[in-house]
Write a protein that binds this ligand. Sequence first.
Ligand code: KG4
Ligand code: ZN
Length: 357
Amino acid sequence: MAKKPIILGIETSCDETAVSLIQDDKSGIPKILSNIVSSQFDIHKEFGGVVPELAARSHVEKIDIIAKKAIQESGVSLDKVSAIAATMGPGLIVCLTVGLNFGKAMASSLNLPFIGVNHLEGHALSPKLNSKIEYPYLLLLISGGHSQYLSVNSLGKYKRLGTTIDDALGEAFDKTAKLLGIEFPGGPKLEKFSEQGDPNKFELPKPIINKGGCNLSFAGLKTAILRITKTIKTEQDKFDLAASFQKTIEEILYIKTKIAFDEFKKINSQDKNSFIVAGGVAANKGIREKLIKVSKENNFKPIFPDLKLCGDNAAMIAMVGLEKFKAKQFDNLDLPANPRLVLDESAKFLKGAGVKL
Ligand code: KG4
Ligand code: ZN
């Protein structure tokens, strides 16, 4: 029997230093041998956002230790590793370079193939670490930097159906949280706040809800929330505003997802359709429930990554590495980091004032 490939993945695109080892499995779902993620929340929280230079310095200090820990925990000796995969973009250039160079050095010294990975493709394939999924599928990627609907046709083949024209959804959560006095990154805590509030207390806008297909827009919500925060007085008002925000987001995603289903069906004609939701915001329970509901109503099978694989991690980078390894898609050691890497190069740029939908 041919030996099952083992991939070591590295992720340092933003504020998580992560290394993971995964192994292919005949079940079709690879085994996670180790998955170490070291977050930098404490370093950045006083600044209300990620400071690139501090993030990069922390990656440099930690990458070696995290890699050793991941290798140790996997129980695998380095001579059993088949390839090294590292995030090449998108992300902060100073941060990407740390993991990418570390990965190249490992590959070179161990004489192993090297694979550069698109971080967004990592999120896109992350549910493959707990579910068997066939191409093509519809993907909703909702993270701190991206919000997109994509038709995932095969490895590396993406067609964007819709994108945010301003803020990403995670960004909208974090900005709203900040206005409510919740420290960065506020998304998860904002969700907790919302559980104690009245979702019908405040009426919030749903930008471009009746136009622009399945494109998204969240900046108008932030403006409305800023206005309301100036009038609220009690702690309960904050909970109510959080609940109203959460409900509005759920409603926007419900409506836009229905449109995305139709657009996906126009270009894909199989009987059974899967809908994958990935990225940090996919951890939000209310959003999950709403997206399960709209999927069932429209005959799509909803699939989510494990909660621990929604946020940035290296197991998802190793997952892309594994698929590329099987397809023999290797990279040279002079592969540059690309902070602006996208999934669908043919998609139009849709951000900024005056954008035509
Ligand atoms: O995918 P991710 O870890 O990093 C990026 O690639 O951006 O996503 C991080 C984003 C942050 O904006 C964070 O606040 C948000 O995901 N997030 C959530 C929740 N958990 C994480 N937003 C809403 N509800 C959550 N439970
Ligand atoms: Zn991410």
